[in-house]
Design a protein around this ligand. Structure first.
Ligand code: FES
Length: 175
């Protein structure tokens, strides 16, 4: 019997709310699928859309961004900004042929361990239905010289540009 597809999901979580909520789910021994690899950021407002494009180009099947509830951001408006950015990034990834359901933003507080477990279950179910992301396959085809539509060539460029590189923080603007 063929192995069931297990999605690789990158979770980018805010330190103050969802990361603590995910920790609570763990310490409460709540059972949920182990498909999310977590990166912690201080606020969802720190998430550059380039991080998300790089995740897809490196083989993530989905990206889950999660932070404080609207109105609870520890940096006042980070999650408002992130919500707008994620909405726009969903449109961008769609242009690359990536189903926008592969990019999701949720709001989970430090006391909502059970909600975090449910968010992960829902995301894993959705991505299992969609199947594996074809971004890397398309990039390899383009690299091998097989004809590819222009959006696929762009993806190959993303994959090549991010291969083996770490994203660096943008320099701080001095006044
Ligand atoms: Fe959590 Fe801003 S501090 S989203």
């Amino acid at each position: 019997m063929a192995d069931e597809f297990e999605p690789k999901i990158l979770g980018i979580l805010c330190n103050w709310c969802t990361y603590a909520g995910a920790d609570l789910a763990g310490t409460s021994r709540t059972q949920y699928p182990p498909n999310v690899r977590v990166i912690r950021v201080m606020c969802t407002g720190r998430i550059d859309p380039a991080f998300i494009l790089e995740a897809f180009s490196l083989g993530a099947d989905a990206v889950l961004v999660s932070g404080c509830h609207i109105g609870d951001c520890h940096y006042i408006a980070g999650n408002y900004k992130s919500r707008r950015r994620i909405a726009l990034t969903r449109k961008v990834v769609e242009q690359y042929g990536i189903d926008p359901r592969r990019l999701k933003m949720t709001f989970v507080s430090a006391s909502e361990g059970a909600l975090w477990a449910q968010v992960v279950r829902d995301m894993v179910n959705t991505i299992k239905k969609l199947g594996p992301s074809n971004v890397q396959k398309k990039a390899k085809m383009a690299e091998a010289g097989h004809a590819a539509p222009s959006a696929d060539e762009d993806l190959a460029e993303i994959a090549k540009a991010s291969a083996g590189k770490k994203l660096e923080a943008a320099p701080v603007q001095k006044k």
